[in-house]
Design a protein around this ligand. Structure first.
Ligand code: PEP
Length: 248
């Protein structure tokens, strides 16, 4: 089954609303490609202006975080229905920065995956190992455990709509990319795990991205691998290079 490529930018905490609108204008012609899902995952305060700025283009908007309750006394938080109503399509869940800096664990991440689907959002579920686990050779076991927990109680039909981003932590923002073979090995292992947890049809449908210092120079080689269906891009999503990755 041919899976549609998905190239998503993770803007992190980098653009003010006016800077975000300017970046949309700068990238507009560079990211045109009807064969690819192009997503800008942006800070909460940028969502409304970015949804407006990309209207009529091929770009979809994603969010970077939300809280698991729909509404109520949760000062400072934003809910999945609020994101949906604002025009958000994708939501990053389980990014290593949220796991490591904000203490999110797999129980919360699992609740977020289920809430996102219930609200009509498509999760981009991140997983990946630290440098210590990579060196110890236990990374496969770690990633299997993350995904198994994070998808507990999630149906096969939902998983067909899921994006999983394999992001080795040692490659995020470091300039050190996993080799295409290292990335392919883990993305295939993730697809095999989905076949084991669900079935072959679901495994063939789920889209798996690589993330970690992907850039205009290395994207084509990574994206040529059979189990890499796209990329989650941090630093290079904030500049014209993103257009080259979309069209790699
Ligand atoms: C990320 O944080 O999702 C990421 C992949 O960052 P970078 O591309 O900057 O390594």
């Amino acid at each position: 089954m041919a899976r549609r490529r998905i190239i998503a930018g993770n803007w992190k905490m980098n653009k003010t609303p006016s800077e975000a609108v300017a970046l949309c204008a700068e990238l507009k012609d560079l990211v045109k490609n009807d064969a690819v899902d192009v997503v800008y995952c942006v800070p909460a305060i940028d969502i409304v202006p970015v949804v407006e700025a990309v209207k009529g283009t091929n770009v979809l908007v994603g969010a970077e975080n939300f809280y698991i309750e729909d509404k109520g006394a949760f000062t400072g938080e934003i809910s999945a229905p609020m994101l949906k109503d604002a025009g958000v399509t994708y939501i990053i869940i389980g990014h290593s920065e949220r796991r490591d800096i904000f203490g999110e664990n797999d129980i919360l991440i699992n609740a977020k995956v289920k809430k996102a689907f219930a609200a009509g959002l498509k999760p981009i579920l991140c997983c990946g190992e630290s440098l210590a686990l990579r060196k110890a050779g236990t990374y496969a076991e770690w990633i299997r455990r993350q995904i198994t927990w994070d998808l507990d109680g999630v149906s096969a039909d939902q998983v067909k709509d899921l994006v999983i981003a394999y992001e080795p932590i040692w490659a995020i923002g470091t300039g050190e990319t996993a080799t295409a073979d290292q990335a392919q090995e883990v993305c295939k292992m993730i697809r095999d795990l989905i076949a084991e947890l669900y079935d072959q049809t679901t495994a063939e449908a789920v889209r798996i991205q690589y993330g970690g210092s992907m850039n205009a120079g290395n994207a084509a080689e990574l994206l040529a691998k059979p189990d890499i269906d796209g990329g989650l891009i941090g630093g290079a999503s904030l500049k014209a290079d993103f257009g080259q990755i979309v069209n790699a």
